[in-house]
Write a protein that binds this ligand. Structure first.
Ligand code: SF4
Length: 141
């Protein structure tokens, strides 16, 4: 059985997820197991690396990756485009918001266009989309 994260880390992530849903106008996935798997993955990374590195991506070197803030939850894609590719922060129906993504972003190809039901909330870093696009092309981790 894979090693479980500490209760402390799990508690920290649960509180964060609850608050971030409220702040961003998103919901957790209606299938509880989806949310739970991501929460445990984030908590494991908190235990291992001291940071909530996104658990749904592959990194050649996790320690190297946390020197960037790109994939520290809530990641740049969430804070700029309100898109969570782990399906942790979604619409009430469990769909990832793709409305603000660049058209060539993988989220658009996978899910199509999904509108933001709460456009007045979230995207605190939306002004940084150009920087994010440069990085997405240069460092596709
Ligand atoms: S995709 Fe972003 S917001 Fe979603 S769980 Fe991963 S780091 Fe967090």
């Amino acid at each position: 059985m894979p090693e479980q994260p500490s209760e402390q880390a799990v508690g920290r992530i649960r509180t964060f997820v609850e608050r971030y849903c409220e702040k961003s106008g998103t919901a957790t996935h209606p299938v509880a197991g989806v949310t739970e798997a991501v929460i445990l993955g984030l908590a494991k990374n908190v235990d291992e690396l001291g940071r909530p590195l996104c658990p749904c991506r592959f990194y050649p070197d996790k320690k190297e990756e946390i020197k960037h803030r790109t994939w520290i939850c809530a990641c740049d894609d969430m804070q700029i485009y309100k898109y969570c590719h782990c399906l942790l922060f979604v619409t009430k129906e469990g769909l990832p918001i793709t409305e603000y993504l660049p058209e060539d972003h993988e989220g658009r190809s996978i899910h199509g266009l999904i509108k933001d039901p709460t456009p007045d909330k979230g995207r605190p870093l939306k002004a940084k989309w150009q920087e994010r696009e440069k990085e997405r092309q240069a460092r596709p981790s």
